[in-house]
Design a protein around this ligand. Sequence first.
Ligand code: LHQ
Length: 263
Amino acid sequence: MDYDTLRCEIDQRILTITLNRPDKLNALTDTMLRELDDAFSQAEADDAIHVIILTGAGRGFCPGQDLAAALAQAASGALRYGEHLRGLYNPLILRMRRLPKIIIGAINGVAAGAGMSLALACDLRIAAESASFMQAFVKVGLVPDSGSSWLLPRLVGPARALELMLSGRRVSAQEALTLGIVNEVTPDTDLMRRAVELASELANGPTVTIDYIKSAVEFALDHTLAEALDKEAELQDLAGQTADHIEGISAFLEKRLPQFRGK
Ligand code: LHQ
């Protein structure tokens, strides 16, 4: 995985994708969006990758769409935003949500606009103490996009989501923890160590089942209880046929730690 705007490293079944335009706090360009989509697509196909960490180089996570590029496109009339979103952002967000592997956002700095959406599209978020979150769209006269209108209310409830969207204010990592936007906050210097520790736990777990758990929650969020019960039964049927399930029960009965193999 060799890219212009990303750094990708694979170690111990963990792929770390680092957004890499630190001078612009990793603002999203068309190239970066295409490269991100490609990296996630390759991660999906690669059996050697069990968990993905998404982070940013330098002091920012991602401040959203590169506004200079957006202005150039808008001024030239070359591309309407709707077309831009449908062509590049929306497929990426859907790919992340549908990817049968856990994505951990290691939020190292400010996540604003579509950069916050990108953070929200991860399955779990660990934030550095100095990280922050902004629904910055309103500040530039735009509506929340790239999934924010769907993802944020589900995390914090509609009233809090609206308040953040209407004010565009900056939310600290600590407040994000209280609101339920992030799972945990670490000292800045500990962020990647903790993200890798969590990723390792997951990568060494029953990964097939872990992927089913992700898809069960994703499914339940926009289906009825009856449909979710049926989905649980379908997925439990599959989980019950994995070698890791047999290993989990055997380890319990033999009073030892399980050795999961992701099968
Ligand atoms: C940037 C950006 C940026 C370019 C910092 N672009 N350069 C819209 C259109 C189409 C389709 C898709 O979706 C969207 C939705 C969006 O995502 S709209 C964008 C929403 N985001 C924003 O409005 C955030 C804009 N950025 C800021 O408000 C600030 O930069 C924050 C609060 C994030 C950080 O502030 P500071 O820590 O004070 O850093 P800074 O402002 O000095 O930025 C550092 C550099 O990064 C600077 O470049 P320079 O060459 O002057 O040093 C900024 O221009 C650049 N940068 N965000 N989105």
